[in-house]
Ligand binder design. Structure first.
Ligand code: PGA
Length: 256
């Protein structure tokens, strides 16, 4: 995968508390993005901050994303954000089915609707999957297969180039980098995910589907996970809020 384009997604989650700090973090990312050769950064701030950041569409190194969208276009859905709204404030990406939303009650059926809505309206859907824990029998493979197939069940083949699968084992989220998955295991999981995609859609359709890893990534493991994991990039939570830490992650990935 050397010299291929990479993608690093910053998931700010419910941070920071105000626009001043949000601007500061974003400016730092913008500065680093100017130094990147083959890595694109996607910043996903809380939606209330989306309009703070003006992004030049010609800049291929920096893009805006949202952390969630709704599965309907508009209407009486208090508190939700539609895909057109996200697009109209400059978002090109949408995280769909993050595990932190799934625990709040988002079902596979809801996630399937969101993924289809995102790609049909021209957004890139970052579809999150990941097992809660691992068992000796390897039952988590079956679980993941169902998650992938179900999340993409309403996505038409022609939109697969806009699909990004983010593999985030829940047991590895929000920990120390030592608890993150090892690069070799990430590689195994990437192969598995591609196999499931290929069985579902046909090998010739899935070349455009990027695969990311997420879960306790920092500057110490970022480069190796992408390189030895042979994946397309990362989804970064906590460390994406630290300008210094995130800069090192981006540099490490860009050097792969
Ligand atoms: P983390 O979060 O990098 O803080 O582990 C990743 C995520 O939940 O997307």
């Amino acid at each position: 995968v050397k010299n291929q384009k990479k993608l690093v997604v910053a998931n700010w989650k419910m941070n920071p508390a105000g626009p001043g700090e949000a601007r500061k973090i974003f400016s730092a990312v913008r500065r680093v993005s100017g130094l990147l050769k083959r890595t694109k950064v996607v910043v996903c701030p809380p939606a209330v901050y989306s309009s703070l950041f003006k992004i030049d569409r010609k800049n291929k190194k920096l893009a805006l994303g949202v952390q969630n969208i709704f599965g309907q276009l508009s209407g009486p859905f208090t508190g939700e954000i539609g895909v057109q709204m996200a697009k109209n404030v400059g978002a090109e990406f949408a995280i769909v089915g993050h595990s932190e939303r799934r625990v709040l009650g988002e079902t596979d059926a809801v996630i399937a609707q969101k993924a289809a809505m995102a790609v049909e309206w021209g957004l890139n859907a970052i579809v999150c999957i990941g097992e809660k824990s691992r068992d000796q029998n390897g039952d988590y493979f079956g679980f993941l297969k169902t998650e992938i197939q179900s999340a993409l069940s309403l996505v038409k083949k022609k939109f697969l180039g806009q699909v990004i699968v983010a593999y985030e084992p829940i047991w590895a989220i929000g920990k120390s980098f030592k608890d993150a998955m090892q690069p070799r295991e990430v590689h195994e999981m990437a192969i598995f995910i591609k196999k499931v995609l290929s069985d579902s859609f046909g090998k010739e359709w899935i070349h455009g589907v990027a695969i990311l890893y997420g879960g306790s990534v920092n500057y110490e493991n970022a480069g190796l996970i992408v390189k030895d994991g042979q994946i397309d990039g990362l989804l970064v939570g906590r460390e994406s809020l630290s300008p210094e830490g995130f800069k090192e992650i981006l540099k490490a990935v860009d050097a792969v």
